[in-house]
Design a protein around this ligand. Structure first.
Ligand code: PLP
Length: 382
């Protein structure tokens, strides 16, 4: 029997970040000491009190299904967190998901129909493209690599990319893979275009808590954006909870109702005891988060200085834990070579729509970061 897969799926590439990680693991299994700068997860343990809250919730029997949108206690805590960011969303306007990725998937499925146009700001996180393609949408892309990955100087390009055909625009600030935090002026430019062309905007704020001396504005707080913004966030990055799979989205009730159907017919709900741990993460982790962010800030400075010492200038990230390293035009070959020869894993920029770069994650110890850069220099990659 020959299987006939849908075009929607066959047009999608497997995740490049996960592919590099798999290759790195293969090398490690063969005995190589790989410096893995490809991973998109904090190298810190989940805060102890959050782990305890998860265990306590299990012991208390919180192991059954929950309300599909998530336990009320967690949605209340999320609603309060969003209010601190200036966003007004009642518990009826929030859906808790198994990870922010699932939140994004549900929103894209709910809003994008066959042929609808979606605008991405490149480099863009790898799964946006895949999600849009899986929904049957088409992509219009804006290249930010000429403007040090900042959006404000590229607003004219964004204006050229959007039209009345545009259904959705995805904004991710702080950005994976660049670490850029978009200025208020840039976000106001997004708002003006969204209002003019009646576009819904996803504001993926999963790195909002990880910034260095800047306070990112939530797009939904801008006048005119309240009813056209869907805010996405999650617990993976800020609270070092990648494997717990917990995220959420908040938006206009209409969208929540529609996406809620998809949510209840696919995942049912996020894991019960994990949701209880999420309440603890939102309420009692300020110190742990601050410590982690301070460590990332030091590592960012270290990597930027080391690279500068080798004559490599990068756009200095203001958030998240990534930066884009300018490499050969054939970034795929560069990354494969760096992994094979120097045993340093990075992710090709072309996976994010921007060839000529490799993404470095500095969610690794200072020693490993130093070691990785030394190896890239020794093997002639820097
Ligand atoms: N959005 C961005 C920009 C990300 O980088 C990630 C993870 O790498 C996610 C969403 C999804 O996060 P999770 O599903 O782990 O909550």
């Amino acid at each position: 029997m020959t299987m006939e897969f849908t075009d929607r799926l066959t047009r999608v590439e497997p995740s490049a970040t996960l592919a590099i990680s798999a290759l790195a693991t293969e090398l490690e299994n063969d005995g190589a000491d790989v410096v893995d700068l490809s991973v998109g997860e904090p190298d810190f343990p989940t805060p102890e009190n959050v782990v305890e809250a998860g265990k306590d919730a299990m012991d208390a029997g919180h192991t059954g299904y929950t309300t599909s949108a998530g336990i009320l206690e967690l949605r209340e805590a999320i609603s309060e967190k969003l209010a601190d960011d200036g966003l007004e969303h009642g518990t009826d306007e929030i859906i808790v998901t198994p990870g922010a990725k699932q939140a994004l998937y549900e929103i894209v499925q709910a809003l994008v129909a066959e042929g609808d146009e979606v605008v991405l700001l490149d480099p863009a996180w790898v799964s946006y493209e895949a999600m849009v393609k899986m929904a049957g949408g088409s992509l219009s892309r804006v290249d930010l690599s000429e403007t040090d990955f900042q959006l404000e100087p590229a607003l004219e390009d964004l204006e050229a990319a959007v039209s009345d055909e545009t259904e959705l625009l995805i904004v991710n600030s702080p950005s994976n893979p660049t670490g850029a935090v978009y200025s208020d002026e840039a976000l106001e430019g997004v708002r003006d275009l969204a209002v003019e062309h009646d576009i819904t905007v996803i504001s993926d704020e999963i790195y909002k808590e990880i910034t260095y001396g800047v306070e990112p504005t939530s797009l939904g707080t801008l006048e005119g954006m309240e009813d056209r913004t869907v805010t996405v966030n999650g617990f993976s990055k800020a609270y070092s909870m990648t494997g717990w799979r917990l995220g959420y989205f908040a938006g206009p009730e209409e969208l929540i109702d529609q996406a809620g159907k998809l949510h209840s017919h696919s995942v049912s709900s996020a894991v019960n005891f994990v949701q209880h741990a999420g309440v603890e993460a939102l309420e009692n982790t300020d110190e742990a988060v601050a410590e982690m962010v301070a460590a990332f800030a030091e590592r960012r400075d270290l990597v930027v200085d080391l690279l500068e010492g080798h004559g490599v200038d990068v756009a200095v990230p203001e958030g998240a834990f990534y930066m884009m390293l300018p490499v050969d035009e054939d970034d795929q070959e560069w990354c494969e070579g760096a992994l094979e020869d120097a045993h340093v894993a990075t992710v090709p920029g072309s996976a994010f729509g921007t060839p000529g770069y490799a993404r470095i994650s500095y969610a690794a110890s200072e020693e490993r970061l130093q070691e990785g850069i030394e190896r890239l220099v020794d093997e002639g990659y820097l």
